[in-house]
Design a protein around this ligand. Structure first.
Ligand code: SF4
Ligand code: SF4
Length: 223
């Protein structure tokens, strides 16, 4: 899922300063799964904002709405009928959701209420771990299903840095396994350790964010 965390309330309050009626928009998909911007978080944040604003003596009305997905036009359209009543929107959707709202409603200020950080797996209750950095050139076949782009702190593509801790953790993050330790273990388990002797060519980053804005066309899906 796309992982995000809610911004500090002080930062949110500073953004909506000066507005009279703000629509707080949640998204029931990824940000709900990571407990940052679903309906529950929207309905928790709204009274907190109201209380904080009242304490500051600011008159800002907070209206709430949670969409099934903020990144799909058919759901974004649901906000159309609320638009005349508000002068700003605070989105708890990921960066894609915020931009979809800004694109659909260019005359309304749209503020981001969460920080979007990675593509993550929920490893256990309350713990999400980064698993993909959307590099655009997936080479998990060569690294036995462990992504060194997302999981090696130095993004090393041809083996460990040499600093792996004795317990197998990353030298830069004692809470994370060294990605290359995991890759070697998986290669061993698959009886394919020799495959790691191959020096991989530099990764093709042209399809990543470094290659400029990405635009994907699927002719078979165009109407
Ligand atoms: S190699 Fe690229 S696409 Fe594949 S998991 Fe890693 S970051 Fe994601
Ligand atoms: S210890 Fe492992 S995961 Fe950490 S930077 Fe070095 S090779 Fe990468």
């Amino acid at each position: 899922m796309i992982f995000a965390e809610r911004k500090p309330i002080e930062e949110i309050l500073a953004m909506i300063r000066g507005h009279k009626r703000v629509l707080l928009v949640g998204c029931a998909t990824c940000v709900a799964e990571c407990a940052a911007g679903g309906e529950e978080e929207v309905e928790t944040l709204a009274p907190l904002l109201r209380m904080a604003l009242e304490k500051e003596g600011r008159k800002v009305e907070i209206v709430t709405k949670t969409l099934e997905r903020q990144c799909e036009w058919e759901f974004v359209e649901e906000l159309n009928k609320l638009l005349p009543e508000v002068d700003a929107m605070l989105s708890l959707g990921c960066g894609i959701g915020v931009q979809a709202l800004a694109e659909r409603f260019p005359g309304t200020r749209i503020y981001p209420g969460v920080n979007t950080s990675t593509l993550a797996l929920r490893a256990e209750a309350g713990l999400w771990v980064s698993r993909c950095a959307a590099c655009g050139d997936c080479t998990l076949d060569e690294t036995f299903g462990v992504c060194p782009v997302a999981r090696c702190a130095k993004g090393l593509m041809n083996g460990p840095c040499g600093g792996t801790r004795p317990d197998g953790k990353c030298e830069l993050d004692e809470g994370s396994d060294c990605a290359w330790k995991l890759i070697v273990e998986r290669a061993e388990a698959a009886n394919a350790l020799d495959e790691l002797k191959k020096v991989r060519k530099p990764k093709d980053w042209s399809n990543s964010r470094h290659g400029g804005p990405k635009r994907v066309v699927r002719e078979d899906l165009r109407t």
